[in-house]
Ligand binder design. Structure first.
Ligand code: GH3
Ligand code: MG
Ligand code: MG
Length: 446
């Protein structure tokens, strides 16, 4: 392309002179073959002259041809060819300068264009990088929003089942890959569960088949990628949150960090719930014996009075106090005294009816609330408790000789015959217990 453009530029002056001399030669019909020859030479040159050197060869050829023809002219015509070479060569030189400069400009332009294209390519790359970064930041922002929502939400849930459910939903939104499972059993399902439960650490397996730790592990449905984290409550594993995928390299270290953060939040939420339930339980159950508390008895007694009053039913109350309990403490120590309290509690619980409510009323004092039981039924139970305790042997220390018997005194009160309000009922039972103590202990009064 460039060659042919150069060729035309070099040939332009020769062509002008060719046509000029053709007009001159036309006046002499004997020169027609020469014109034809010149014409062919011109066509050939148009097709093939691409350089200054070739243009020079062509111009020389034209000059000589013209020179040859001029011999036939008359007068001034003879001078014509002599002047011919000068404008021809000036023309060629000028065109050469023009073409060289144009080529130079073109080279400069193409160089500029190359640089421009390179610059554009670099910019394009940078734009792609920025696009990725923006997508990354977007993802991070979503994860952060998800985490802060999880912090608030998980901490406010009051049901452990809901904590698990919401945890799975948060994991699904934040990671968005694989099948999510919550495993709450104690026996690990496979080596990966076992790994997490034993070490209490989170786990990322990019390819089960390549991982030396689990290569030989049999996984359900040929799972290839695994992400798992333990749920810990008071340092004990209570569950494993796990993501499985059937392709390799599905989860990243970033996904692991997200799962760790969410499982930690769920662990804290569950731990708080456990603490709360312990606190609530403390208000209901006595921590040493597991029996209901004094406070709980007051609530239930009030309910029972209302209920029995409405349906015109009877109920009874037993107030019991271990005889000379201080002696066990003083002789065998406080811990041994605690064991006595625990054992006595167990025995009483074994003897009462399922509907009866057994409470630890004070230190070594117990109450049994017997709904729908007349005083006679209460007396029978009280007698059974007294006798069972009397027969029970308590061992202290390792020596068989350190064997003791524990007795108990019991006072009864019946609703509504002896009292119709809670405080009065307790007072009646208490005064009868006092009588039992006064009259020699290990007896039932009421
Ligand atoms: P009585 O036959 O008159 O009831 O005599 P007692 O020794 O049983 O009665 P007292 O009220 O003098 O003593 C009760 C003792 O129970 C005093 C206290 O140290 C002990 N005690 C109270 N609560 C606990 C407890 O939780 N554990 C232990 N080991 N002892 C307790
Ligand atoms: Mg007492
Ligand atoms: Mg006592």
């Amino acid at each position: 392309m460039r060659g042919s453009k150069n060729g035309l530029a070099y040939l332009l002056p020769s062509s002008l002179l060719f046509f000029g001399s053709a007009v001159f030669l036309f006046r002499n019909p004997t020169q027609y073959p020469l014109i034809l020859l010149l014409f062919f030479a011109y066509v050939l040159a148009t097709l093939h002259v691409t350089t200054l050197e070739m243009a020079a060869v062509f111009a020389t050829f034209v000059t000589f041809m013209q020179w040859g023809c001029s011999g036939l002219g008359q007068g001034l015509d003879k001078l014509w060819p002599a002047l011919y070479g000068i404008p021809l060569w000036c023309g060629i030189y000028t065109m050469h300068q023009f073409v060289t400069r144009e080529n130079k400009d073109e080279k400069g332009c193409s160089h500029f264009l190359q640089n421009y294209q390179k610059g554009m390519a670099t910019l394009q790359k940078e734009k792609q990088g920025l696009d990725h970064r923006i997508a990354d930041l977007d993802k991070q922002l979503t994860v952060r929003k998800n985490l802060s929502q999880a912090v608030h939400e998980l901490a406010s849930l009051l049901d452990p089942m809901l904590v698990r459910q919401r945890l799975m939903e948060f994991v699904r939104t934040a990671i968005g890959k694989g099948n999510i499972q919550f495993f709450a059993g104690t026996a690990p399902r496979d080596l990966m569960d076992q790994w997490v439960m034993e070490r209490k650490l989170s786990l990322l397996v990019t390819d089960v088949l390549q991982d030396s730790r689990f290569k030989n592990a049999k996984t359900a449905n040929e799972v290839r990628s695994v992400l798992a984290a333990p749920i810990l409550v008071e340092k004990q594993v209570v569950g494993v949150i796990r993501l499985n995928a059937f392709e390799a390299n599905v989860f990243s270290i970033g996904d692991l960090r997200i799962l760790e953060a969410l499982s930690l939040l769920a662990s804290l939420a569950l731990e708080n719930l456990q603490l709360l339930s312990k606190l609530q339980e403390g208000a209901v159950r006595d921590s040493l014996t597991g029996l209901y508390t004094h406070r709980f008895l007051q609530e239930r007694l009030a309910d029972e009075i209302l209920r029995a009053g409405r349906y015109s039913q009877e109920f009874s109350l037993l107030l019991m106090d271990i005889d000379h309990f201080k002696r066990y403490n003083d002789t065998y120590g406080h811990a041994a005294g605690d064991q006595v309290l625990i054992r006595v509690s167990q025995l009483i619980q074994q003897l009462v009816r399922p509907v009866d409510l057994v409470c630890r009323y004070g230190g070594e004092e117990f109450v049994v609330l017997m709904p729908q039981a007349p005083l006679g039924t209460a007396r029978e139970l009280a007698e059974r408790i007294r006798q069972t305790l009397q027969q029970e042997s308590f061992h202290f220390g390792t020596e068989a000789s350190m064997q003791e018997h524990v007795t108990i005194s019991i006072g009864l009160a019946g609703f509504p015959n002896e009292a119709t309000i809670a405080s009065q009922l307790i007072r009646v039972a208490d005064s009868r217990l006092y009588q039992a103590k006064e009259s020699g202990r290990n007896r039932v009064i009421g």
